[in-house]
Design a protein around this ligand. Structure first.
Ligand SMILES: Cc1cc2nc3c(=O)[nH]c(=O)nc-3n(C[C@H](O)[C@H](O)[C@H](O)COP(=O)(O)OP(=O)(O)OC[C@H]3O[C@@H](n4cnc5c(N)ncnc54)[C@H](O)[C@@H]3O)c2cc1C
Ligand code: FES
Length: 283
């Protein structure tokens, strides 16, 4: 009789791994960037645009995009806005605290589809966090692309995220960065107005552009209209969908939009797969 190799039980996809907070950076009044290191085992590898399920023990679990640099083997980085119970607990997790991590999950930006052409990135508010990894990825292989334009809108100057990164992308990485705010004090020297308005006159060739968009759903709807209006092909417009999620792995149906499970089919999806779903986005 042949000896049968004992199989290790498959890792439970619902079991979070403990990670320790090694840095806690206050980005704005309500937004914090946490750097995490595994308490045991290998660090996580991830693709730009993927998310993890972050677990605040005793409180609950939420999906949060990875906002760190995928080309640099440092800690696992997430940028979290305090909007409710779980995010409040995560934002309050100081250096030394332990949080749980499952993942990484989902389909990311896949910027390789933009090689040889222009890339237009449009972000609204906390939507810059899921785009940050792909900006570092583009910066790392900048010569693969022609024009790279980042349009970023925040509610006010004090809510602009990643100021030093925006400067570095503009000054050292050949990325054209335009920042606009909805409201500003008289001291603000920059643009005021919705980010979607910048799309109509931004410098990119719509016929060879990959557009990556992340922000509130209304911002994504208006951005998509503006991009299609300029002639960008619908399958070249990619949107990151932030739906309520529970399992993150396609088991519970919580994130389902008709036949799409946003946690596994997305969160990044081409507009062509979302076109009939615009009317149910807010459900
Ligand atoms: C794939 C994905 C990636 C995400 N990435 C980030 C990120 O990088 N940073 C970040 O701060 N947040 C991110 N979110 C949103 C985050 O998951 C929610 O803010 C969080 O689930 C709210 O949980 P809570 O218990 O703190 O608040 P709750 O008490 O559950 O909700 C508070 C408020 O937030 C709204 N809300 C709840 N869930 C979501 C959601 N999924 N999307 C939008 N609004 C929601 C509720 O309607 C309510 O108004 C992401 C969501 C998804 C699906
Ligand atoms: S969150 Fe459970 S199926 Fe997507």
């Amino acid at each position: 009789m042949t000896a049968v190799e004992p199989h290790a039980p498959a890792a439970d996809p619902m079991l979070p791994r403990p990670f320790r907070v090694v840095a806690h950076h206050l980005d704005t009044d309500d937004t914090v960037t946490l750097s995490l290191e595994p308490m045991a085992g290998d660090p996580l590898e991830f693709a730009s645009g993927q998310f993890t399920m972050l677990h605040a023990f005793g409180v609950g679990e939420v999906p949060i995009s990875i906002s760190g640099d995928p080309t640099w083997p440092g800690p696992l980085v997430h940028t979290i806005r305090d909007v409710g119970n779980v995010t409040h607990a995560l934002v309050g997790a100081g250096v030394g605290a332990v949080v749980g991590v499952r993942g990484p999950y989902g389909r990311g930006w896949d910027v390789a589809d933009g090689i040889g052409g222009d890339v237009l990135l449009a972000a609204g508010g906390i939507g810059l966090a899921p785009l940050r990894p792909v900006l570092w990825e583009i910066a790392d292989r900048r010569t693969d692309f022609d024009r790279v334009v980042l349009l970023y809108g925040a509610r006010s100057p004090s809510e602009v995220l990643f100021g030093p990164d925006l400067e570095r992308w503009a000054q050292e990485c050949g990325i054209e960065v335009e920042v606009t705010v909805d409201y500003a004090p008289p001291t603000w020297q920059g643009r005021v107005g919705p980010v979607t308005k910048l799309i109509s006159r931004a410098g990119f060739d719509p016929h060879r552009t990959l557009a990556l968009v992340c922000g509130p759903e209304i911002m994504m709807t208006l951005s998509t209209q503006a991009l299609l209006g300029r002639g960008v092909a619908p399958d070249r417009v990619r949107l990151s969908m932030e739906r309520n999620m529970k399992c993150g792995v396609g088991l519970c149906g919580h994130c389902q939009l008709r036949d799409l499970f946003i946690c596994v089919d997305g969160p990044v999806l081409p507009y062509t797969e979302l076109v009939d779903l615009l009317d149910v986005w807010e459900l």
